[in-house]
Design a protein around this ligand. Structure first.
Ligand SMILES: C[S@@+](CC[C@H](N)C(=O)[O-])C[C@H]1O[C@@H](n2cnc3c(N)ncnc32)[C@H](O)[C@@H]1O
Length: 208
């Protein structure tokens, strides 16, 4: 048994719909990958650790990470806004979130992430306890400032797939964007950053 297999022996899904989605998705090539179970578990841990009540996600996919965080938020009466621009998978995500019993917790917005960030800034500037970035990798460097502005002081910016640069199975250009993101974010003095080797890498920054 290797480290990952050992770690996974401890992982309990906080909502049964997540394990169903994982089973149903095996072998599918028409959807983008969703968070690894240890990343999902960590995101729900982060919601609990920070006592978050308002969370924002860019990149809903078919709803897996939204369910991990939404379930943790349900317990505390919090809510999640999640943004994706895919016309097909958004319907699947909506169905999965409903079947997870989280329709009242998770608000889905069908929009381009960069554009929706500007819309959200009008209503929620400096209010999100956690912003989880997991949409198009090219947007990671481009959205740094708007995500910073959306996050409250003391809040956390969590960004997935940030070890892509050194992942031999991932296209090089994707790793270029995540590498650029890490370099910028580590250099910012208004954030305190730590990259965790969870899943494909999770860069966490506290807004100071
Ligand atoms: C890796 S998947 C998200 C997986 C999801 N967070 C999970 O773990 O369950 C990335 C998603 O980002 C979305 N995406 C890519 N570019 C986007 C953009 N410009 N605006 C909004 N969504 C975008 C894709 O449609 C896709 O569903």
């Amino acid at each position: 048994m290797d480290e990952l297999e050992y770690l996974r022996t401890f992982i309990e899904y906080n909502n049964s719909r997540i394990s169903e989605i994982e089973k149903e998705s095996t072998g599918r090539d028409d959807i983008q990958p969703f968070v690894e179970p240890e990343t999902g578990r960590f995101l729900s841990f982060l919601v609990k650790l920070t006592g978050a009540s308002l969370v924002l996600e860019f990149g809903t996919g078919i709803g897996n990470s939204a369910i991990w965080m939404g379930e943790a938020l349900k317990k505390s009466g919090g809510r999640l806004i999640t943004v994706d621009n895919h016309p097909v998978t958004r319907i699947e995500a909506e169905d999965n979130i409903k079947r997870a019993g989280l329709a009242d917790v998770v608000e889905m917005r069908f929009a381009d992430a960069g554009k929706e960030a500007e819309v959200l800034l009008k209503e929620y500037k400096g209010q999100f306890d956690i912003v989880f970035q997991d949409c198009g990798k090219y947007l990671y460097p481009l959205m740094i400032d708007s995500i910073y502005d959306l996050t409250r002081k003391g809040g956390v910016i969590a960004v997935d797939d940030t070890l892509f640069k050194v992942n031999p199975y991932v296209r090089k250009n994707l790793g270029r964007y995540t590498d650029e993101y890490n370099k910028i974010i580590y250099s910012r003095k208004d954030l305190y950053t730590s990259l965790l080797p969870v899943g494909h890498g999770l860069t966490l920054s506290i807004k100071l």
